[in-house]
Design a protein around this ligand. Structure first.
Ligand SMILES: Nc1ncnc2c1ncn2[C@@H]1O[C@H](COP(=O)(O)OP(=O)(O)O)[C@@H](O)[C@H]1O
Ligand SMILES: [Mg+2]
Length: 257
């Protein structure tokens, strides 16, 4: 509790401090310095928002209140939304997305799996030096979707490949502002709630590798390559599987530095 309180207080103090300087009519600041303070308020509020979201997700996972609502979706769409939300954090990291063109629709809870990508990519941005590459790839192996998110940073803390998924685990080198150590515990909770598994490795060539699986049950609705109309996405008659979700065109985020 004291560690979390400290993590919540740091951005709050920065926000309150900057706002009080901006409100001081007796010592007006030049426009450029005002902007700097406003940017800092924005960034710190964003940071606070992410911390609180992690706390809420974790308490839902723990209380069993997490409902997995599977829909047929394209993986690009989910990855695209996570990348969009992380645009500012990832500004100094080229992100390379490699998905096979034959990848079918996958039965997932899009909001939750987006959060898995979000937490993994947030880590890849915060626990690695600026300028280093991040790779996202997916494949199908024996009826299972296999997703990999890897980076080219320092890799995981030694002998902590399992421990990183524990609640409140933070590596000793983790930056003060990186989070409260819940991001990966949430990833594991969400992936396991889908019936999949997640593992972490330090790559021999350097960098961290996260690999998770998601079972591909049921028959995906047929998706003609050029004709992505909502009617073509109706699930097969009598199918009790996930509902169909209309995919949005994915944008290319490779090299979004
Ligand atoms: N991509 C990565 N590279 C190196 N270390 C990582 C990476 N992702 C996670 N870690 C390690 O795992 C720990 C736990 O990650 P996480 O649960 O997301 O917590 P947080 O990011 O809040 O510290 C981090 O503190 C860090 O030590
Ligand atoms: Mg994290």
């Amino acid at each position: 509790m004291s560690s979390i309180s400290h993590d919540l207080r740091t951005p709050l103090c920065a926000i309150a401090g900057s706002a009080s300087v901006l409100l001081d009519d007796e010592h007006p600041l030049p426009r450029s310095e005002q902007r700097e303070l406003l940017t800092m308020i924005f960034d710190e509020a964003d940071h606070l928002n992410r911390l609180v979201r992690n706390l809420l997700d974790m308490s839902r996972l723990q209380s069993g209140g997490l409902l997995v609502k599977k829909e047929w979706m394209t993986l690009e769409e989910v990855i695209g939304s996570a990348l969009e939300r992380l645009e500012r954090l990832l500004a100094r990291h080229p992100v390379h997305v490699a998905l096979p063109p034959s990848l079918p629709l996958v039965p997932i809870d899009g909001t939750l799996i987006e959060q898995v990508f979000y937490n993994l990519l947030e880590n890849a941005s915060k626990h690695t030096p600026p300028g280093t590459d991040i790779f996202i790839s997916a494949s199908i192996e024996a009826g299972t979707l296999v997703v990999q998110v890897k980076d080219t940073g320092p890799g995981l803390p030694a002998a902590c490949e399992d421990r990183v998924f524990e609640r409140f685990f933070r590596g000793s080198r983790a930056r003060q502002d990186s989070g409260v150590g819940l991001g990966l515990a949430i990833c594991r909770g969400i992936v396991e709630a889908h019936g999949g598994q997640i593992q972490a490795h330090s790559r021999p060539e350097g960098g961290a590798l996260f690999r998770f699986t998601l079972p591909l049950e049921g028959t995906p609705p047929r998706l003609p390559p050029d004709e992505r109309s909502p009617s073509s996405l109706e699930p097969h008659e009598g199918s009790a599987g996930p509902t169909a979700h209309r995919p949005q065109p994915a944008s290319d985020h490779a090299g979004a530095a």
